[in-house]
Design a protein around this ligand. Structure first.
Ligand code: ZN
Length: 216
């Protein structure tokens, strides 16, 4: 683990590395912000957004919180989504969970977790929605892994319920919402292959926030 002082040393080395052979790198970086991707992931330090996707600064707009939640009364994540869709015109929104998520594990314990109760209630609600499927899994670890996946799916649905996403999609055909899970035991990303148009149609039956009767 680097010392606090080393962080600045690292920073200077990184900045020098970036401008080596490309003296205008930071000039270009500061000139515009136009990423195609919005990534919403867990705060867990072992899941670094840019690195696992192999993208550079400027290529992904990032929001992270405990257990990668998209709660409709969380002004923080809602502002991020609104800004990303309406002003940055991102083409893809990714919710990325990860196996071994401590937030999801904590939510699986039916006990008082203090200030985490209202936050993790979102994950507990996911469990309640999918209780039959989860309870049918006898293996505790398999149930845990499946809850991580279902939590990602439900957060994607939460994104699709926003007016910003629905209106942008009906008018411009983007963004598309994707659910991923990162496996830190292998370093690999798994695409949950969510059927975005189908999810959108399902959501629209109840939550249509466009000014059109149907999206399709
Ligand atoms: Zn996590």
């Amino acid at each position: 683990m680097p010392s606090y002082e080393q962080l600045f040393e690292n920073n200077r080395r990184w900045a020098a590395e970036k401008t080596k052979g490309d003296p205008q790198y930071f000039e270009r970086l500061s000139a515009e912000h136009n990423p195609d991707y919005l990534y919403i992931g867990c705060s867990d330090s072992r899941v670094p957004a840019n690195e696992i996707m192999g993208v550079e600064p400027g290529e992904v707009f990032v929001h992270r919180n405990v257990a990668n939640l998209v709660n409709n009364v969380d002004l923080n994540v809602m502002a991020v989504i609104n800004y990303a869709v309406r002003y940055l015109s991102v083409k893809h929104i990714i919710v990325c969970g990860h196996y071994g998520c401590q937030g999801v594990r904590a939510a699986m314990q039916p006990r008082d977790l203090g200030i985490l109760n209202p936050w993790l209630r979102n994950v507990r609600d996911v469990y309640r929605l999918h209780k039959a499927e989860l309870d049918a899994l006898a293996d505790q670890e398999a149930r845990y892994a499946r809850l991580v996946e279902l939590n990602v799916t439900e957060q994607c649905i939460s994104i699709i319920k926003t007016a910003a996403v629905q209106r942008s999609y009906v008018n411009g055909g983007f963004p598309t919402v994707h659910g991923w899970v990162f496996d830190m035991r292998t370093g690999h990303l798994k695409d949950l292959q969510l059927d975005f148009p189908q999810l959108l149609r399902g959501v629209q039956e109840v939550y249509n926030l466009t000014d059109k009767d149907t999206i399709f």
